[in-house]
Design a protein around this ligand. Structure first.
Ligand SMILES: *Cc1c(COP(=O)(O)O)cnc(C)c1O
Length: 413
């Protein structure tokens, strides 16, 4: 094992290493699978309920309802909270497409406001301008109607991107003023915290909106060995509706109060998640150390942009994202050096094919467009070693210094 660190120089550095983590937990995970086989308890049951109780507690929230995925969690949270066909739901164009898929699948129509250029999350100022200038009040319902979609704006989804929460105080205030349902997309933010000036305390992701959606896709900070997700909420009625909706709308077996879906969290995944949840705080702390490590190794630089962490944020570094002038060159150089990278996300959603029908054009959300063209995510996972980080940073600095000198880069600038 020890030698590996020294032999690493020419070795590859993965973007994410899940194999080592699972190797360390092998015995505990094996006993989860064995229990499931021995009891044939695959769907629901005490393991799911135990996990739900523990994850609710982790999020400082009253209830947790396990789901089959983060996308299902978003969709059912919207439906359970009362979003109806024809409603407009506002989110950001800089997110994974599941956010807008869930809106459409709930019968809603996505609309966008741009992100803040430093935090990459929903810009509260732009949300205010949207509600004031791009919507008109409907005297009949007291709600605002989007001029673009013609539908009532009933909900807003801030996305806690890359592990950092959105600026929730002003967004919550606008949601209250305009009677909007606020659903947090916390799929990348298990354990992230926000200092609420209004409440004068730190709040966990998943505890601030009417409800929140989490994903336990394997690569997330808390990941299953397969697909899984959850809704958290303090609203008992909403939690109950989510429980019914995920299980064919039944309150007791074969007595259906409404048409639902099949979005249940299965017991094996719940068992895996219980094992891994016990390590999550430590893993998040290790990610924070890696984040600080990158920050320090890069030092002060004018040539590219490091992640910005405002004083009100304690991020959990789901990703460590740089913004660089010549991303294509850096991507090529790091890939050639055997360093795994990601791009989150190359295509702003307002310009994605499925949303052509909504009539957006390039230039509509310039901050998102700029970010989407220049961001690159570096290797980030709890077991990333200082030696590996050192090598990543050396390669990044080399590539950027070289492309700053090259004529191709001058043409770009
Ligand atoms: C991962 C993710 C989702 C979807 O979660 P799945 O479990 O993959 O369905 C939604 N939103 C964001 C921001 C995500 O990163």
């Amino acid at each position: 094992m020890l030698n590996q660190g020294f032999g690493m120089n020419m070795g590859e550095i993965p973007f994410l290493d899940l194999v080592t983590i699972h190797r360390e937990l092998r015995d505990e995970l094996r006993s989860v699978f064995e229990t499931a086989l021995d009891t044939a308890g695959f769907i629901g049951g005490p393991v799911v309920q135990d996990f739900e109780r523990e994850f609710a507690e982790f999020c400082q929230s009253q209830f947790c309802v396990g789901m089959a995925s983060g996308t299902d969690a978003l969709r059912l949270a919207l439906v359970a909270a009362g979003v109806r066909p024809g409603d407009t739901v506002v989110t950001v164009p800089l997110t994974f497409i599941a956010t807008t898929e869930a809106i459409s699948q709930a019968g809603g129509r996505p609309d966008f406001v741009d992100v803040d250029e430093r935090t990459y999350t929903m810009d509260p100022q732009k949300l205010r301008v949207y509600l004031e200038a791009e919507c008109t009040p409907d005297p009949q319902t007291g709600r605002v109607v989007s001029k673009r979609t013609g539908g009532p704006v009933t909900a807003v989804i801030p996305v806690h991107l890359y592990g950092q929460m959105a600026d929730m105080d002003p967004i919550l205030e606008l949601a209250a003023r305009y009677d909007l349902i606020l659903i947090e997309d916390a799929c990348q933010a298990h354990g992230a915290e926000y200092f609420s000036t209004k409440e004068n305390c730190w709040r966990k992701a998943g505890s601030m909106g009417r409800a929140a959606a989490f994903s336990f896709y394997p690569g997330k900070n808390l990941g299953a060995c397969g697909e899984a997700g959850a809704v958290t909420t303090d609203d008992a009625r909403l939690a109950r509706r989510c429980q019914m909706l995920r299980d064919h709308g039944q309150s007791t077996k074969y007595f259906h109060d409404l048409e639902g879906y099949n979005c249940r969290l299965d017991a094996m995944q719940a068992g895996v998640l219980r094992v891994k949840l016990r390590h999550l705080t430590k893993w998040n702390e290790q990610r924070r150390e890696r984040g600080r490590g990158y920050d320090q190794l890069f030092g002060q630089t004018q040539q590219f942009t490091l992640p910005h962490v405002p004083p009100w944020s304690r991020p959990v570094y789901h990703l460590y994202v740089l913004q660089v002038p010549d991303r294509e060159q850096l991507r090529k150089d790091l890939t050639a050096a055997g360093i795994g990278i990601g791009i989150h996300y190359p295509l702003p959603l307002h310009l994605a094919k499925p949303y052509e029908r909504l009539g957006f054009r390039p230039g509509d959300f310039p901050v998102t467009e700029q970010i989407a063209a220049h961001v690159l995510s570096l290797p980030m996972f709890p077991g990333l070693s200082p030696a590996q980080q050192h090598r990543v940073v050396t390669e990044v600095l080399q590539s950027i210094a070289a492309s700053a000198k090259s004529p191709a880069q001058a043409a770009h600038a």
